[in-house]
Design a protein around this ligand. Structure first.
Ligand SMILES: [Fe+2]
Length: 234
């Protein structure tokens, strides 16, 4: 049974729960407390409420990755970049599923919106919102910034998987450790691929332009420069 939410934002209407903060209030039906989140303490021997918050934020970042790659695909005019963004969006959906499966296996709540999850959503939202400035930039700058957003997002994905790996290493043999290792196996490869692709593509875009005599010419037609980049990427 899949538990992935085919939505890019977890909202009240999909059955979310939340831990209120200093400036957050919620309906009593949706409120969870640290006492409610202790289940992960029993399955892992760790600080359950903290782990629940942490894994919730990891799932949120991947869910925001779905948003990001869908947006980048729509903004990009380059078929090669669009193909990569389409693949990365699908990978992000699978990553959300991997985290939700892990959270459930550890006794947690897949649709729990944690305080670090809320701040993660805010952070990632700002990155996507910055594309609203695309009207003030030439097409090549927009493509480069899109690739750099993928670079930043993938860096966090890789860091999160590294943290999960370290946490799993500290657990005794048992179902919780196995569940974490299963999640790491599913998450590690795509995250590394996204990061590697983004770093390589950033270099291609920058080095092609910095060496381009065409781009040095005052008044060079940007479409022509973009065509040159397209040749490099295809
Ligand atoms: Fe990711």
């Amino acid at each position: 049974m899949t538990m992935t939410s085919p939505v890019t934002k977890l909202t009240k209407d999909v059955g979310t729960t939340i831990k209120p903060g200093p400036m957050v209030v919620a309906h009593p039906d949706q409120v969870v407390t640290d006492a409610d989140l202790k289940a992960m303490s029993g399955t892992t021997g760790l600080n359950g409420p903290f782990l629940a918050d942490l894994l919730g934020s990891f799932a949120t970042h991947e869910n925001m990755g779905v948003n990001l790659f869908r947006t980048l695909r729509a903004v990009s005019a380059n078929p090669m970049l669009q193909t990569s963004y389409t693949k990365f969006e699908a990978d992000a959906v699978v990553a959300v599923e991997a985290y939700e499966t892990l959270i459930t296996a550890l006794g947690g709540r897949p649709k729990y919106i944690s305080p670090p999850g809320r701040m993660t959503e805010g952070l990632d939202s700002k990155m996507i919102e910055s594309l609203q400035g695309s009207g003030s930039a030439d097409p090549m700058t927009v493509e480069l910034k899109g690739v750099e957003m993928a670079l930043l997002a993938a860096t966090m994905c890789v860091s999160n998987v590294a943290l999960l790996t370290r946490i799993a290493e500290g657990l005794d043999e048992g179902p919780a450790k196995t569940a974490m290792e299963t999640a790491v196996t599913a998450l590690y490869g795509p995250a590394e691929q996204h990061l590697e692709w983004a770093a390589k593509t950033q270099q291609t875009l920058v080095l092609t332009q910095v060496k381009s005599r065409l781009a040095q010419q005052a008044g060079a037609v940007m479409e022509t420069v973009a065509g040159k980049i397209k040749d490099v990427l295809t």
